[in-house]
Ligand binder design. Structure first.
Ligand code: HEM
Length: 423
């Protein structure tokens, strides 16, 4: 429908979603305008209120955009190159453990196992090692209940006393207790691991104030929610597309041989050299962006060309629709990672052609982390296994906030006799 709207009306058009009036900005020029609009015109906070019961009071979309930016800004040092080096090793370790558990051959429901794997990686990298150790002692279950709190009803009425919302609130309290216990232990023992939790424990607001345990918990949950499910879904789509594209897969394996014959072990540097794999991931970002629409509330009338978008409406961009514009991406329905290779470099012909990680002030802070993780996971798995998908690639499940393939989504695997030199 969104693509038809664009064909018939151009790069800004209006439609209704229930009682809400919505406007879609579509195409690189319109995206540029949208992402540059000031917060008092196109506002994210007003739309993402449903996250407040999950992330908590006093953080993220419960505070002003300036304070939210300051809170997320504390984490930038924890995403610098030295940290990424360490994350690459954790990603390798966790995926190897998962690969070891698979045996010689079998079948898995890919979204389920990718979810389990990315929860482990995210909890170790994005929170702290202690949380990974608490996985079976209640964290995984609490996290699951928090995730169930993100539903269509919660989007409109986040505080309605439904069963899912009560479980969500119980789970939030449980996670807060768990994180507070870990922080208390660290303060008592003097242990200062180099991770997100410690970075926040050491941070100070501009006015010198330290963060409370509840604020730290909220910021960690913000990052976990922003980064885990999205990564799990894109990892799933990547596996599905590669299982269906043996010719490109063979090139990824050739690259793997070349890289690891020299590098030996996985590292940030080795993953950076895997450009053929990176282009496959980027093509999955294009064809299957986990967030299919980004939304802002219009607080003041917004002028775009000859048009005015009225206050009160919802303004959107849609990665899923924009990535299928034939004037931006040739033959857009085709899975064709070489579109990113020079001289075509279709993603570089326009600023904001590819918007799977958003843009402007709210641009994703975890894009490099996400790419590193997806490449690490599929390097280990493709090195050790052949994968077979006996059905067509499942269609997207648009009923979920983060858009993965419809389930079940089973894929067969068989251990390969000849792995590369990756240790
Ligand atoms: C495949 C994985 C990911 C995808 C597709 C993705 C996508 C996005 C998108 C589209 C936005 C913009 C939302 C908007 O404008 O309304 C966003 C924001 C954000 N992402 Fe990601 N993301 C991913 C992974 C991550 C990871 C791993 C982290 C953490 C390390 C992360 C942290 C964030 C945060 C904190 C924001 C909010 C930024 C703000 O509003 O200022 N994301 N992400």
């Amino acid at each position: 429908m969104l693509l038809r709207g664009c064909r018939e009306h151009g790069d800004l058009f209006r439609f209704r979603l229930g009682l809400r009036e919505c406007f879609l900005f579509i195409g690189p020029e319109a995206h540029d305008f949208y992402f540059r609009a000031p917060e008092d015109e196109l506002n994210a906070k007003a739309v993402y209120q449903f996250t407040v019961p999950i992330f908590g009071r006093g953080v993220a979309y419960d505070v002003s955009p300036e304070v939210m930016a300051e809170q997320l800004g504390f984490l930038f040092p924890a995403l610098r190159e030295a940290a990424m080096q360490k994350f690459a090793l954790i990603m390798y370790e966790e995926t190897s453990l998962f690969a070891d558990s698979l045996g010689e051959d079998g079948e898995v429901d890919l979204p389920v196992v990718m979810n389990q794997l990315t929860v482990k990686i995210a909890s170790r990298c994005l929170i702290g090692e202690e949380v990974r150790d608490q996985m079976d002692a209640g964290f995984a279950e609490a996290y699951h209940d928090l995730q169930k709190g993100i539903n269509t009803l919660g989007f409109f009425l986040p505080n309605l006393p439904t069963r899912a919302h009560r479980s969500r609130d119980r789970a939030r309290r449980k996670v807060a207790e768990l994180f507070s216990r870990i922080m208390a232990k660290r303060r008592l023992s003097g242990a200062r691991p180099d991770d997100f939790m410690q970075t926040l424990m050491d941070a100070r607001y501009k006015d010198g104030r330290v963060l409370s345990d509840d604020e730290i918990t909220g910021i960690l949950l913000t990052v976990l929610f922003a980064g885990q499910h999205t990564s799990s879904v894109l990892a799933t789509w990547t596996g599905l597309e590669l299982a269906k594209t043996p010719a490109y897969l063979a090139r990824i394996r050739d690259e793997l041989q070349d890289v690891y014959r020299v590098e030996g072990a996985m590292s940030l540097a080795s993953l950076n050299r895997q450009v053929t794999l990176e282009h496959a991931v980027r093509e999955c970002e294009r064809l299957h962006p986990p967030l299919i629409v980004l939304i802002r509330k219009v607080l003041k009338p917004v002028h775009y060309g000859d048009y005015v978008v009225p206050a009160g409406a919802l303004a959107m961009v849609s990665p899923a629709a924009s990535h299928r514009l034939p004037n931006v991406f040739a033959d857009p329905e085709r899975f064709f990672p070489d579109r990113f290779t020079p001289p075509a470099s279709e993603d570089k012909q326009h600023h904001y052609a590819l918007i799977g990680f958003g843009g402007g002030k709210h641009q994703c802070m975890g894009k490099h982390f996400a790419y590193l993780q997806l490449k690490a996971i599929w390097t280990v798995l493709l090195d050790r296994f052949d994968f077979y998908l006996d059905t067509p690639i499942p269609t997207p499940n648009y009923g979920s906030w983060v858009t993965g393939p419809k389930r079940p989504c089973r894929i067969r695997y068989r251990r390969r006799s000849q792995a590369s030199s990756l240790r």
